[in-house]
Design a protein around this ligand. Structure first.
Ligand code: MG
Length: 202
C-alpha cells in the first residue's frame, strides 16, 4: 500500500506558501508507517519546532490500474476520508533550500492521521466542502470545486508513473489556512457537516 500526496493543489494555498501555481501535479509519497488511525493522539516529534497541519480529502483506490484516462478516473475510487498531512515545516524549508527531497519533513511516523472512510455514492466529487478546526476555531475552508487538478486528473497523472493498487491512498492537497500546532491543541476535520477525525497533539 502506498500513500500518494499532492502538493499545492489549491491556488490559495500555493499563494500563502509564496509559490507559483503548478502546471502539473506535484507528487510525493508517505510510507504506510505514516498512517495514524482511530483518532489516536499525535505525539509532537522532537526533530521539529514548526509542525503544521494540512487538512485534505483522501481518496481510497478501489482497483488496480495503470495509465488511466481521466474519463475513467471516477471508476477507481468510491470512498473518501479526511486526512491531515502533518508537515515539519522547518525541515521542509531546509530541504527545499538545498534542493533536496523533503520526505523527512512529510513522511515521518504518524504524519498521516486519517479518519474512517465514507462512501461517495452519487455525490458530485467536484463539489465537496471540508473544514479544519483547531481548538474549536475554523482555520481551513476547503472546497473541491477549487482544486487545480481534480480527482480524476490526479488519477490519470499519478497512474502514468505508479501502478495504482487497491487500497492505495491519495491525499489530494490542502487549501489555504495551514498553520502550526502545539502540544495540547486539538485538530478536527469535517467533510460537509460531519465530524470525521479528532486528533489531540501531545
Ligand atoms: Mg499536503
Amino acid at each position: 500500500m502506498k500513500i500518494i500526496c499532492i502538493g499545492k493543489n489549491y491556488a490559495d494555498h500555493a499563494a500563502e506558501m509564496k509559490s507559483s501555481i503548478p502546471t502539473e501535479p506535484l507528487v510525493f509519497m508517505k510510507p504506510p508507517t505514516a498512517l495514524l488511525v482511530n483518532n489516536k493522539p499525535f505525539y509532537y516529534p522532537d526533530f521539529t519546532e514548526d509542525l503544521h497541519y494540512e487538512g485534505e480529502i483522501v481518496l481510497k483506490i478501489n482497483k488496480n490500474g495503470r495509465h488511466i484516462q481521466p474519463e475513467f478516473g471516477r471508476g477507481y475510487y468510491d470512498q473518501i476520508a479526511f486526512g491531515f498531512d502533518m508537515t515539519a515545516r522547518d525541515l521542509q524549508w531546509k530541504c527545499k533550500e538545498k534542493g533536496h527531497p523533503w520526505e523527512i519533513a512529510k513522511g515521518f511516523d504518524n504524519s498521516a492521521p486519517i479518519s474512517n472512510f465514507i462512501n461517495i455514492g452519487d455525490r458530485d466529487v467536484n463539489d465537496i466542502k471540508f473544514t479544519t478546526v483547531l481548538n474549536e476555531e475554523v482555520v481551513q475552508n476547503g472546497d473541491t470545486s477549487k482544486l487545480i487538478f481534480n480527482f480524476d486528473t490526479l488519477i490519470c497523472y499519478v497512474s502514468k508513473f505508479f501502478k495504482l493498487q487497491q487500497g492505495d491512498l491519495i491525499y489530494t492537497g490542502t487549501p489555504a489556512g495551514v498553520g502550526p500546532v502545539k502540544i495540547g491543541d486539538t485538530l478536527k476535520g469535517y467533510i460537509e457537516d460531519k465530524e470525521m477525525i479528532k486528533c489531540e497533539i501531545r
